[in-house]
Design a protein around this ligand. Structure first.
Ligand SMILES: [Ca+2]
Ligand SMILES: [Ca+2]
Ligand SMILES: [Ca+2]
Length: 265
């Protein structure tokens, strides 16, 4: 409840800033255009960073649909509010925390893949338990050519089973024929280094830190959205049409420009 209230207050704060209020509440394109011209920061198209490019993608992602500044800004600001835990402030701590959460979830999913094979519920998976799950795989028909599929012979099944079991027991570090819980955890940890689950979009948004305080505020994000929109809406109609979307995609998204930072989207 308190969180919802603070969200409404902070959103109201953002919307009441001149640029926000005009672009959000006025359907009068002329008013919106004048206001945007006063507050937006002109972007050098040759020196866009990944954060700008990330915003551009939202304006050009749905082919054939006119994208209005209001709609995209609303979507991005609401998402930003959610991602920053209602603080409208993105910093490296938030990014690290989200990375930790994502990594923990993947670890848990990997461990649960082991545990769902633990038929006797003793907290570890034996070779015999693995075999129950691997048998259907070993019995799958083999393709002798593109059209004909034949059942494997008993000898082939044995060979395939042995191979599948060897693979399954790769995580059996002490080679006792059982994957115990410590080995499950070690495997899940090895497969999910923190770096793998860094939230790409957040690291990208961090590039929009204009005042260099290593944090991106809601205001900084809103300003960047305005500036990007001004760049993409070339005929200043107040919306990005399909022609402008195609041009922006070709110019800013599809190919690398000098000074652009390569990001992970
Ligand atoms: Ca077991
Ligand atoms: Ca073991
Ligand atoms: Ca900042």
């Amino acid at each position: 409840m308190i969180r919802t209230l603070s969200f409404l207050i902070s959103l109201a704060g953002l919307f009441s800033s001149p640029a926000f209020a005009d672009s959000f509440y006025s359907d009068d394109v002329e008013v919106s255009r004048q206001s945007a011209a006063e507050t937006q920061v002109p972007l050098d198209p040759n020196h866009l960073n990944g954060g700008h490019r990330w915003i551009i993608q939202h304006f050009v992602s749905v082919p054939g649909v006119q994208q209005r500044l209001f709609d995209i800004k609303m979507t991005l600001m609401l998402q930003f509010h959610q991602d920053t835990g209602g603080t409208y402030e993105l910093n490296s701590n938030t990014v690290d925390q989200v990375a930790q959460e994502a990594t923990a979830q993947k670890r848990a999913a990997d461990i649960s893949k082991f545990l769902e094979k633990d038929l006797d519920n003793n907290g570890e998976v034996s070779a015999a338990e693995f075999e129950v799950y691997l048998k259907p795989l070993a019995l799958q028909p083999l393709a002798s050519n593109a059209r004909v599929r034949v059942s494997p012979t008993k000898q082939q099944v044995d060979i395939i089973m042995a191979q599948l079991l060897r693979n399954a027991l790769e995580d059996d570090a002490n080679r006792d024929g059982v994957v115990d819980f410590a080995e499950m955890r070690a495997s899940a940890t090895r497969r999910n280094p923190q770096q793998l689950h860094k939230p790409c979009n957040m690291e990208t948004i961090m590039l929009l830190d204009r005042d260099g305080n290593r944090s991106v505020s809601g205001g900084e994000l809103a300003t960047a959205i305005d500036s990007v929109f001004a760049l993409v809406d070339t005929d200043k109609s107040g919306a990005v049409d399909s022609k402008e979307a195609l041009a922006a995609r070709t110019t800013y998204v599809s190919r690398s420009l000098p000074g652009m930072i390569r990001t992970c989207f």
